[in-house]
Ligand binder design. Structure first.
Ligand SMILES: *Cc1c(COP(=O)(O)O)cnc(C)c1O
Length: 380
């Protein structure tokens, strides 16, 4: 056991770095009394819109609500199909299923963990109406290819960007767009461990389409365009003013934190790149990487043994994700299985995410590296 206190994400240390600014921002909300939809909410939405270069940002209560609101805005009919990746967090499929729509999982590319664009077309049917591209672990999906497919089959394209906010998609012509601003609607989460995070729940939608923006805003506010005049059936999904104030501060540091994580990923890569039975995460050529997670593939079938070894030595690690979507009990009955999902199945047995955050010290990281390497030798 080590005397270190290594965390997957160290929220306290990050707070200590920004304490003065965050405390002042929160205090100003407490004193203003404007706890719901106060000025900080609009201010933060504008700042995020400027940062992402997208005209409309609609704050909401969390990232799962954002997905649900996005799907509601598209006015789909029960039985319509929505394509989702087989290897991801369940929120996207959950929002799809809750609205009576049918999630259709597609396999992922094993080294980038993102939806394999070459496998989407085979999963499309006459009922398919939308694709949810999830930008997993810190880098964008192959949006250029996915966009071509969406246009060809006239599908809506939603981007779940809870994990990769700040990442930049690079088109073949060299032009760039921030992940989450390429499809019809982008969604994100400000859950405390995400790349842009508050001190509780929060989320947002982003779009360049003014009609969709109005629909999302209306849905998030009980379907009201005007107070007490309910135009459509919506929900109650708001970002708290106090969380918006925290986010306003954190947004200014988001790129610096991502750059720091990228440095740490580089050090992991340098040490793990030549360890046998292990693959380091692959960076796509078409996206920058904000390293929300640093995820290894343990290819000798000993992932769980390695995780137990790390735990014993005080190194936390997490399996994101242990079960592919099509094997989750909740979704077995409602998804439509159309294509092989073997890569997703294999990943669930071999992925292991290591501590990754901007406050990780070099000392801690070298200890993690040493412990992983000695574990790979010991449990061969
Ligand atoms: C965290 C997350 C969500 C859900 O966000 P909440 O704010 O927890 O509702 C959705 N999709 C992905 C990919 C996530 O990582």
């Amino acid at each position: 056991m080590s005397d270190k206190n290594i965390q997957m994400v160290d929220l306290q240390r990050q707070y200590q770095c920004l304490k003065k600014e965050i405390d002042a921002a929160m205090q100003s909300v407490v004193e203003s009394g404007a706890y719901i939809n106060g000025p900080h909410v609009r201010e933060f939405a504008n700042q995020l819109g400027d940062y992402l270069n997208v005209p409309h940002v609609i704050p909401c209560a969390n990232g799962t609500d954002a997905l649900q609101i996005a799907l509601m805005a598209l006015d789909l009919k029960p039985g319509d199909e929505v394509i989702v990746p087989a290897f991801t967090y369940a929120a996207a499929a959950e929002a799809v299923a809750l609205l009576g729509l049918i999630p259709v999982p597609v396999d992922v590319a094993p080294r980038t963990f993102n939806m394999d664009a070459t496998k989407i077309e085979k999963a499309i049917s006459r009922q398919t109406k939308a694709i949810i591209a999830v930008h997993l672990f810190g880098q964008a999906c192959d949006m250029e290819s996915i966009q071509v497919i969406a246009k060809k089959y006239k599908l809506f394209l939603i981007e779940d960007n809870a994990q990769s906010i700040g990442a930049e998609f690079i088109f073949k012509d060299g032009s760039c767009k921030k992940a989450g601003t390429i499809g019809d609607i982008g969604t994100t989460s400000f859950f405390p461990t995400k790349p842009l995070a508050c001190f509780g729940d929060g989320g947002a939608l982003m779009t360049a389409n003014p009609d969709l923006a109005l629909r999302c805003r209306t849905i998030a506010s009980h379907g009201q365009e005007q107070k007490y005049h309910h135009k459509i059936i919506g929900c109650n999904s708001r970002l708290d003013t106090i969380q918006a104030a925290v986010l306003g501060v954190k947004l200014r540091y988001m790129d610096a934190f991502a750059a720091s994580r990228a440095e740490k990923a580089k050090l992991y890569d340098a040490h793990f790149g030549f360890v046998s039975n292990m693959a380091i995460p692959l960076k796509s050529e078409f996206s920058t990487h904000v390293y929300h997670q640093y995820t290894l593939l343990i290819q000798n079938g000993k992932r769980d043994a390695l995780q137990a070894w790390l735990k014993e030595k005080g190194v936390p690690s997490i399996v994101y994700y242990p079960v592919p979507l099509h094997q989750q009990e909740a979704f077995k009955w409602c998804i439509r299985l159309s294509v092989e999902l073997t890569e997703a199945e294999k990943l669930c047995k071999s992925v292991l995410s290591l501590p990754m955050h901007s406050e990780l010290t070099e000392d801690e990281q070298l200890y993690i590296i040493e412990t992983v390497k000695s574990g790979m030798t010991a449990i061969r």
